[in-house]
Design a protein around this ligand. Structure first.
Ligand SMILES: Cc1cc2nc3c(=O)[nH]c(=O)nc-3n(C[C@H](O)[C@H](O)[C@H](O)COP(=O)(O)OP(=O)(O)OC[C@H]3O[C@@H](n4cnc5c(N)ncnc54)[C@H](O)[C@@H]3O)c2cc1C
Length: 387
């Protein structure tokens, strides 16, 4: 069987991997010069089942609406310019608020399995991507958020994830750079991990190409029908651009580009975190990538396909770092912005086309694409082989 996979971000690279493991002849097509130069370039770095909580909530809707008037302190920013695609997406997002517990459960379960798959792939292929197995610490600043965290923990437990509350003393011993910080509560998930998504994609692609398991082609696909003669199947993994390709075979994918920002701090110094953090109030995550890089990411901005790196989003990320870790060295910072391919129910689209039996989709991984991709890639390979 000959397959073409469109897009060499994390969803496409892992799809190519699982298809090629099942003796399918794979061509991986990427419009950019190298793999993982779009959203899978400089994300938060967390492989985090503990961040599976659905975004579908009235609290997030209200935060987004408030940002029309002032967005300087908001973690969710909604541009006031309406578009049909944004309104349709928001309508479905709100409809799914009632399903948020089920969504959280489903995402958490997928994430737990996916992280195990990453361990296997990393070991089998000897991948170098600054993987760190130190768990993730969640910081909660007030009673309301702590109560919510306790409730979410019950769902996580059912889905097979152990996240537990720790004391301030335990926090200081796990992460000495947070010594003296007073929080309302702290939760720890030892099985969560971190790693550099870009390095992972590049290393795995290079290894698959070197072993002749996958061919890599630099080409911009305009129509999915281009491949119907040469290939038995096409898998679309084009992130936020997937809906445009789907349209060429009459499919409609409800994916909105939700922009996020990151900074990579080179040589941040010793009094900075080595264990990955999630500040639940500010929605900021950190990951240590190797000894000398600290990645800090946040923000959910609804502003179409705009990829400008806006300084008024970068500054709060730097401010957060200097407030949390006053001795941090911020001399050398690389800012970045990327678009999360978000579905309104947070769940990735892993299915066959409604209109063309040769076309499949593995896309729409949203805020957890790094975490979930290994799982959905294996799922799509299983579905294709069963078909
Ligand atoms: C600020 C930020 C922080 C994040 N933090 C985390 C985190 O900590 N943990 C986590 O799990 N997730 C995180 N995410 C989400 C995660 O990064 C994304 O879900 C994931 O990278 C999406 O991968 P993808 O393969 O679907 O898309 P992409 O990485 O965008 O890959 C799609 C590829 O398809 C190519 N392409 C598109 N159209 C065509 C075409 N027509 N022809 C050929 N090629 C094409 C593109 O060039 C691109 O390389 C974060 C995202 C952001 C923005």
């Amino acid at each position: 069987m000959k397959a073409v996979v469109i897009g060499a971000g994390i969803s496409g690279v892992t799809t190519a991997y699982f298809l090629s493991q099942n003796n399918i002849d794979v061509t991986l097509i990427e419009s950019r010069r190298y793999p993982a130069m779009a959203t899978s370039y400089a994300n938060g770095g967390q492989l985090s089942a503990s961040n599976a909580e659905a975004w579908n909530s009235w609290h997030n809707v209200k935060t987004g609406l408030k940002s029309f008037f002032s967005n300087s302190h908001s973690s969710v920013i909604m541009s006031p310019f309406p578009s049909i695609s944004k309104l349709m997406w928001l309508f479905k997002f709100i409809q799914n608020i009632k399903n948020s517990e089920t969504i959280t459960y489903d995402i958490c379960k997928m994430a737990v399995n996916s992280i195990k798959l990453y361990d296997n792939i990393a070991k089998k292929e000897s991948l170098d991507f600054d993987k760190l197995d130190k768990g993730i610490i969640h910081l909660y600043m007030d009673k309301k958020h702590t109560e919510n965290a306790e409730n979410i923990n019950l769902i996580y437990k059912k889905a097979g994830l152990e996240r537990f509350r720790i004391t301030h003393e335990e926090l200081y011993s796990l992460e000495p750079s947070l010594k003296h910080k007073k929080l309302d509560s702290i939760f720890f998930t030892p099985t969560d991990k971190t790693g550099d998504i870009h390095k992972f994609c590049r290393d795995l692609t290079n290894k698959m190409v070197k072993k002749n398991k996958v061919k890599l082609l630099n080409y911009n696909v305009e129509n999915l029908k281009e491949f119907s003669e040469q290939f038995d199947l096409t898998v679309v993994c084009a992130g936020v651009y997937s809906p445009f390709l789907a349209k060429t075979v009459g499919d409609s994918l409800n994916i909105y580009p939700v922009k996020g920002y990151s900074i990579t701090i080179n040589n941040p110094g010793n009094n900075t975190p080595h264990v990955s953090l999630l500040d639940d109030f500010k929605k900021i995550v950190t990951s240590r990538l190797g000894n000398d890089r600290l990645r800090v990411a946040g923000f959910a901005e609804f502003n179409g396909y705009n990829l400008d790196i806006i300084q008024s989003r970068i500054r709060p990320l730097i401010k957060w770092c200097t407030e949390m870790f006053p001795k941090i060295n911020t001399n050398d910072i690389k800012p970045w912005a990327g678009l999360r391919p978000m579905t309104p129910n947070m769940l990735p689209i892993v299915k066959k086309s409604n209109n063309n039996p040769k076309v499949w989709y593995n896309t729409g991984h949203g805020h957890l694409g790094w975490t979930l991709s290994a799982y959905t890639a294996r799922e799509i390979a299983i579905k294709i082989l069963k078909d």
